[in-house]
Design a protein around this ligand. Sequence first.
Ligand code: ADP
Ligand code: MG
Length: 360
Amino acid sequence: MQRAQKWRTRAIILSVTAMLMTILSGCGGNEETKEKPTAGEPVSKQYYIFDTVVNIKLFDDPKAEEHLDHIDNLLKTLDIELSRTLETSQLYKVNQEAGKQAVEVSEDTMKVLERSLDYAEETDGLFDPTVGGLVDLWDIGHEGAHVPAPEDLQRELSLVGYKDVVVDEAQSTVFLKRQGMVLDLGGIGKGFAADEVAAYLRAEGVKSALVDLGGSSIIVIGSKPNGDSWNVGLQDPDSSRGTTMGTIRLSDQVIDTSGIYERFFIEDDVMYHHILDPRTGVPSQNNLKSVTILADNATDADALSTFVYVMGLTEGLKYIEDLNDGTEGMFITKDNKIYVTSGLKDTFKVTDEQYTLVEE
Ligand code: ADP
Ligand code: MG
C-alpha cells in the first residue's frame, strides 16, 4: 500500500462524537461566494461537484481569487475524469465499453483506479471499485429507492469483481472484462480531489487554507493566520447537518468520515445506506454509525473510512491500529459508544453525555 510519511501529531482535542464535519473557521463570513476580504477574513468559494458541496477557504492570500478560479477548473476536470454518471466522463466510457474494448484514461483516473485496486487486493475485495452496478441498483439517496428484487441483486453481485479490471499502464487504458461491469470511484474520488486541491495550494505556497469536500473529506493547510491550529467542528451522526457537537484541532492533516446517516432509506425497520458489502451486495449491516479516519492524505483516508466501515468495529479497529503509520481512527456505534485507536486515546475528551468513550 502506498503511504506517505507520518503525519505530524498535534494535540488533538476531540470534545465529542463525529460523523459529519464542518469547518469552524472562527471568522464568520459569507461562504456562498467569493467575497472581498477585510482584514483576517477568508476568501471563500463553494462549488457543487461530486454530488456534494465543496468549500474552499483561503486566508491572507493576495492571489486568492486566482487560486479559487484555478480550483474551479481543477474540480471540473476531475469530475469529467472520475464521475460514473456524467455521460461525458472517462469512467462512463470505460463502463460503456465493458466486455468490448479498452478505453484510454487520464493519468488522474489511472492513479485513482490503481489505488482502488491496491485496496481491493489488500482487503480481499471489501473495498471494490466494481460495485457500480450495485450502487445503481440500490440507488441510495434518490427518491423511490427500495430493496431490490433478489434476482436483480444476484445479477449485479455477479458483476462485481476487481480482478476483472485490466489496467494497461503503458497504453494508459482500462478494460472491464465482462459486459455489464460498472466501475465506481465514489469511495475514494472525493479524497483524491481534496488531495489534488491541497497539492495545488501547497505548490502555490499557500500558508493557510481549508479544503472541505461535502463535510466528509476535510484537509487543513498550515495553520490559522494567527498561527493557531484549526478547529474542525464535528457533528453528531444522528443530527442533521449543521449541529456542531465538538471539535478537533488539526494542522496539516486530513480527516475523513464515512457514515450511514448521510444517505439512506428504511424498509421494514432495516436501514439501508450507501456503504455496500461486496460479499452480499447489501449495505453493510453492523453496529457502527460512522468511521472517522485521521491521516496524512485524503485519498487513503477516504478509501479507509469506506472499507473499514465494512470491516466493522473489531476488525476495523485492529486494521487501523496495525497500520503503524500515524493513521488513526474513531468509531461510533449505534449505542453511542466511541472507540478510538491508541494515538487518539490520551487527547480524546467526550463532553456530550449521550456518548461514552470506551477505554480498554
Ligand atoms: P461519501 O464520503 O461520498 O459519503 P464514502 O467515502 O463513505 O462516501 O463511500 C461511499 C461510496 O463509495 C458509495 O456511494 C459508493 O459509490 C462507493 N462504495 C460503496 N461501497 C463500496 C465498497 N465496498 N467498496 C468501494 N466503494 C464502495
Ligand atoms: Mg470514503
